[in-house]
Design a protein around this ligand. Structure first.
Ligand code: GTA
Length: 313
């Protein structure tokens, strides 16, 4: 059936992610591959560096199965192509309908050199950052070289993603916005991933947290869990709630992920459980200013170079 011009225009806008009634160019128009930055068969994800013509990072990821959709597919005798049959063992190719074959596609464009390096497969090294190292090496680095947090301000000021907000405590000191993370397509709760972004500006990371922030942290912890239970029916004993140190973006935010989902960055050398953070600050208000914190840096990272130059690793 022929489509009306208006209907097709609307669909093109949705397809290309256009806002405000203008037809956007296709985000991958003229895409040329420069290199494969990383390819993980286990995670079923590939990270590409391309040009469109600006530099772009494109991340393609196969999405998790949704039990209901798979059940419907199997009960309707889908077409199977036999690959191997041996005794009780059979292996087949099943070509699912397009809606079950989606590839989540993230486009970062224009991507900076730092973005390209962030996704490049690299050697990693453990750093033990003392209080003195933080002041002399890390803090000057954060102040001059970290990623822009404009996307965070856009969320807090409702200039972007406002329709995706799950919960907000609007208090400018102790409030926050809870929103689905960029990495979650919201189609299944198995890989649930939200972030709680505080309204207060200037709290860069774990290192800045003191007893002054306990009310804020407790609000994020308590109200975040309640909002997720209400919206997604996921109980707090099925959630991993943590902060990254080092984060990529130095505006305080908390990660909420499904416990069964091994989200990137949830390993011990990066993730700090919010419940532990609250208790540590309660037992020592300056815990995070004085403790040595251990984390991993990638070979190409400027911060690693700074540590090496100062002879600290
Ligand atoms: N809602 O615009 C945004 C947005 N941006 C730019 C980042 N985030 C956003 N969320 C919304 N809107 O969880 C999210 C990120 C991240 C959080 C920042 O904010 O998805 P962080 O400061 O601790 O930084 O958290 P982190 O963890 O390094 O960031 P990120 O991007 O998650 O990278 C960690 C690793 O995850 C990467 O090295 C890579 O291995 C993997 N990864 C990143 N993006 C993807 C992806 N799209 N698909 C699969 N794997 C990914």
């Amino acid at each position: 059936m022929a489509q009306t011009g208006e209907k097709r225009k609307r669909e093109t806008e949705e397809e290309n992610g256009a806002e405000g009634g203008t037809i956007a160019a296709h985000p991958l128009s003229g895409f040329e591959l420069k290199s494969v930055l990383r390819d993980s068969a286990r995670e079923k994800t590939i990270f590409l560096h391309g040009q469109v013509p600006e530099d772009a990072v494109v991340i393609l990821e196969k999405i998790p199965f949704q039990a209901d959709a798979v059940f419907n597919l199997l009960k309707n005798e889908p077409k199977l192509k036999l690959q191997l049959k041996n005794d009780i063992y059979g292996v087949y190719h099943l070509s699912p309908p397009p809606e079950l074959n989606e590839i989540k596609t993230t486009v970062i464009c224009p991507a900076t050199e730092k973005h390209i390096k962030k996704y490049l497969q690299q050697e990693i090294y453990l750093i033990n950052e003392t209080e003195e190292d933080y002041k002399a090496i890390t803090l000057p680095f954060i102040e001059t070289q970290s990623f822009s947090v404009q996307w965070v301000y856009n969320i807090l000021e409702k200039k972007a993603e406002s329709d995706r907000i799950v919960y907000e405590n609007p208090d400018s000191v102790n409030g926050f916005v809870l929103i689905p993370d960029f990495k979650w397509n919201q189609k299944q709760v198995e890989d649930l991933y939200l972030i709680g972004i505080c309204h207060q500006r200037g709290i860069r990371s774990l290192r800045d947290l003191t007893s002054d922030h306990l009310t804020l942290l407790k609000n994020i912890f308590q109200e975040g869990k309640e909002a997720i239970l209400k919206r997604y029916g996921i109980h707090e004993n099925k959630l991993r709630i943590y902060l990254h140190y080092q984060p990529s973006y130095y505006h305080l935010h908390v990660h909420f992920t499904a416990l069964g989902h091994e989200a990137p960055g949830c390993s011990v050398e990066r993730a700090h459980l919010l419940s532990d953070v609250i208790q540590n600050i309660e037992s020592n208000p300056n815990y995070y200013q004085t403790r040595t914190l251990t984390y991993v840096l990638r070979e190409d990272e400027v911060l690693l170079k700074k540590f090496r130059e100062s002879g600290m690793c």
